[in-house]
Design a binder for this molecule. Structure first.
Ligand code: NAP
Length: 456
């Protein structure tokens, strides 16, 4: 695809970016490989970590400019863009402060003798990232790999080239050597060729199932490790004993953040029948209050979808859902304005034979389900091809904890939306992918966990 910045608020083309050539790719591979074999990667972690500290500082001092770039390029509300930049600084600092401990040798008691596991870099990694969190997604792979000593070749989504360049520029400014992070404007075929290259040792992708499947298949073909962070169809469970005001407020936020384009957004609301009507009324009222507009305007509460294509896809999904029997409780179509706006939408009466039951709706569309008891909650929650996150609202924490343990996802939050933080593992099961990012688990994905034994 062509790399271009198009403002989703008015669909004006701002800038086109030329693709990198085969020669550029070969130069990037050479540089990454040379860096991996240098003292930078093989030597002490103490040399690498100051880059992450400096990067955190730079992100903070450039927050406003970076936030504007993201909002103009993919439509995120300006305050949410600022929050994303702040989170990136936290992740950089977290690995700067903790990576040395995570990668320290670990002793293994054994009858064979003195044994320990060391952690070494494995080599250049290919990463493919989506547009919906145009900095955070990059930081999730940059920070742990830079700390571990793996050079990274990065292909960002074709609709956020400005964010990709701004991020790469800051990494260089922070003192990372050439090759530590190389931004490439390349095609899917070129991604496949890079994964096949013997110098590359792994691949990480965040995005759709289709892209994930292509990248993981290529990695498997060439016997390389892959991690996948894919889509989700997360539940937002409201039990009969929940704090309803809070559940409504957080539920609306969980569905409308980033214009609903979040892998862990609340997509399926599962309501206990005793509170279902009241919840739905309050939720609907809150959806009605939403103010669509320019993401750079501080008073806007719902921005546009990221692209014209995203708007078309969502419109088609909602129409198909209704055709197959779902009831439109609110909204249901593109807004009558310029840009890629979709009305805040609520669907009810979705049956299992409706394709919408299993699909991810990447936009401000909430599905409502009503159940009678906890067993039904768990059954419905787990009746999904995805397994990313989920939320449970209840005043009875023990009840919520038991339910959380039974939900087949990588993450569950109680009395909060599915969130993220540098120190917490992020990832899913089923078709939401495999592997974890962030925390101590994330940094262990692409390191050689090498056993050394001194025989007694
Ligand atoms: P997408 O089309 O899969 O794009 C994601 C990235 O993959 C882009 O850089 C894209 O490049 C690239 N790509 C597409 N096809 C490829 C292929 N065959 N080989 C190599 N690279 C390929 O995803 P999207 O629809 O834009 O993003 C939304 C999806 O990502 C949703 O399903 C969402 O839930 C998921 N997501 C998951 C997480 C998580 O952590 N689990 C986080 C955020 C988003 P182009 O832009 O050039 O096509």
């Amino acid at each position: 695809m062509a790399y271009q910045t198009v403002n989703p608020f008015n669909n004006q083309l701002i800038k086109e970016y030329p693709n990198h050539s085969e020669a550029d790719i070969e130069a990037a591979l050479k540089q990454a490989d040379a860096l991996y074999h240098s003292e930078w990667s093989k030597g002490s972690i103490d040399k690498r970590l100051p880059v992450l500290h400096k990067l955190a500082d730079l992100l903070e001092s450039n927050q406003e400019e970076l936030a504007k770039i993201a909002s103009q390029e993919m439509g995120k509300l300006i305050e949410q863009s600022r929050g994303e930049v702040k989170l990136c600084a936290q992740i950089a600092r977290y690995y700067a402060d903790n990576a040395k401990t995570f990668l320290a040798p670990v002793k293994y008691p054994s009858e064979l003798g003195e044994a320990w596991v060391e952690h070494h870099p494995v080599g250049p990694i290919m990463v493919v990232e989506p547009w919906n969190f145009p900095y955070y997604q990059l930081m999730r792979v940059l920070a742990p790999n830079l700390a571990a000593g793996n050079p990274v070749l990065a292909k960002h989504a074709s609709i956020v080239p400005h964010c990709a360049e701004a991020f790469a520029h800051l990494v260089r400014e922070a003192g990372a050597p050439e090759g530590a992070w190389t931004n490439l404007f390349i095609s899917s075929d070129q991604v496949a060729a890079i994964i096949a290259d013997p110098r590359v040792q792994g691949a990480a992708l965040t995005g759709s199932e289709k892209a994930g499947s292509a990248v993981a298949a290529q990695a498997a073909k060439h016997i390389k490790k892959a991690t996948l962070e894919l889509g989700g169809n997360d539940v937002f469970v409201v039990l009969d004993d929940a704090d309803l005001e809070k559940a409504v407020k957080i539920g609306v936020q969980a569905r409308l953040n980033n214009a609903g384009q979040v892998c862990t957004a609340a997509k399926r609301f599962i309501l206990h029948q005793d509170i279902a009507e009241e919840f739905l009324n309050k939720f609907t009222e809150a959806f009605r209050q939403v103010k669509m507009g320019d993401p750079l305007d501080e008073s806007t509460t719902l921005g546009p979808l990221s692209s014209k294509e995203a708007l078309e896809t969502l419109s088609q999904q909602v129409s198909a859902a209704v055709q197959k029997g779902a009831k439109l409780h609110l909204g249901g179509k593109p807004a009558d304005s310029q840009g890629n706006f979709f009305e805040p939408t609520i669907l009810t009466h979705i049956t299992r034979d409706n394709p919408a039951y299993f699909e991810e709706f990447f936009g401000p569309v909430a599905q409502m389900y009503v159940v009678n008891n906890d067993e039904e909650v768990v059954r419905l929650a787990n009746d999904s091809h995805f397994g990313l996150g989920g939320a449970i609202f209840s005043r009875n924490i023990e009840r919520a904890k038991q339910m959380a343990s039974r939900i087949e996802t990588g993450m569950v939050y109680i009395n909060w939306l599915t969130d993220t933080a540098a120190e917490l593992p992020f990832g899913g099961v089923k078709r939401s992918g495999f592997g974890r990012e962030l925390s101590d688990l994330g940094i262990k994905e692409f390191v050689n966990q090498k056993l050394v034994v001194v025989r007694r």
